[in-house]
Ligand binder design. Sequence first.
Ligand code: SAH
Ligand code: SF4
Ligand code: F3S
Length: 473
Amino acid sequence: MSDILLRDKTASRDVDSPAVVNRKTDANIRNPKKIFIKTYGCQMNVYDSERMADVLSPIGYAPVDVPDDADLVVLNTCHIREKAAEKVYSELGRIRKLKEAKLRAGRPGMTVAVAGCVAQAEGDEIMRRAPVVDMVLGPQTYHKLPEMIARVTRDQDGVLETDFDTLEKFDNLPATRNPKGYSAFLTVQEGCDKFCTFCVVPYTRGAEISRSVEQVVAEARHLACKGVREITLIGQNVNAYHAVHDGADWGLGELIQHVAGIGGIDRIRFTTSHPRDMDDGLIRVLGDEEKLMPYLHLPIQSGSDKILRAMNRGHTYAHYRDLIGRIRETRPDIALSGDFIVGFPGETDLDFEQTMKCVAEIGYAASFSFKYSVRPGTPGASMPCQVPEDVKQQRLQALQNLLYSQQTVFNKSLIGRKLNILVEDSGRQDGQLFGRSPYLQGTHFYGDVNLKGRIMPVTIADAGKNSLTGVLA
Ligand code: SAH
Ligand code: SF4
Ligand code: F3S
């Protein structure tokens, strides 16, 4: 349901009139409006932020790197943990000061929009708590941005849009994209039906949907035409992807193989997968498809069956371990990464030890680990036996010590190896280049700037916890 909150927004009478907003005029091509988008959270938000810029480009908005002179500021927010959500309000405080300073100096102010998962979860509260905000827009409404800007301008009212029709969004986003580099995200699946008891995503992103094969392939071809060589297919449960294509049921495996057939696309990745949806077809493709990079993010969250049950993950540790065994048999060079939560309600020392044992047994090349954060409205929030903060902190420390040492050992195991690096950008030092290895590690080496966009063999000379360095082979 969309909703309009009436409020005097005199301070934001600074954007184009609706007639101008809806048309690409010579004036705004010559003198583009500036849009600043700040992105928090996951890859889905990174993709969405790019798409917001794509939606606004035909009506004369060009992206800028700092908010100071922007005509439109968008905060694309994340609600996954309490800290992530809090950041929005502190950032809004800074934006308010910027806007007030501009108005005091007699310059046009700025339109301020809050998008993303906090917008979806707390839209009304944002409107109430932060009068600087002109627009609140949920993740499924970005195709309506021009219309919302027009409404704010015309009516001087705050606009709150939290419709939930994901397919409508994808049907209405522009066909063109303006990728920034040689690697791009492509959303193929959005939303989640799994309802893990700690997680807000099913509430902020809605039910699981998959985009059609035609749409995904058209977007991938377009990216290839724009020089993109690596595509990461993304979804909250990307391996739950399913679609009917030419009368047949397609899963993520079939989709990957199809995308791999597109000329110009040399590398494919996918994230985030759920252990329950990791089927044999996809595992086979992991073994067969050379363009698929040997890196898999497969979160387990906890090594304790009791905690996995309380989290509603729908599988046991043994299931996960067997799954990893089969994946490694099929693709022996695969590097694994995972997500972990410590201090979920009811987690005892013994449960935590089982998580440590899981990490020791499985072995991770990379990881993301978090203290459990109580999220309002999720079942975990009202569970008994919440774990005290200091215990969570100690457990996180111990877990990260183990995970980071595994990561360092993995990175160092690559010293002396020749890896193909997709050169994405210049490095910090003069003459230095930056790219990504097949295992996703950032890699620095010296070389000609013309190598950007190429996949180059690099011999790894040194490795730390977070990155590699090497020399052109
Ligand atoms: N769909 C993915 C995860 C999406 S959220 C999956 O099922 O694995 C990304 C990660 O954030 C999760 O894997 C989890 O480790 C972490 N996370 C989610 N909710 C959290 C919470 N309430 N507290 C702490 N970490 C959380
Ligand atoms: Fe959240 Fe679980 Fe869905 Fe992942 S599978 S998005 S953790 S509810
Ligand atoms: Fe955050 Fe929403 Fe992604 S809550 S992790 S931005 S799906």
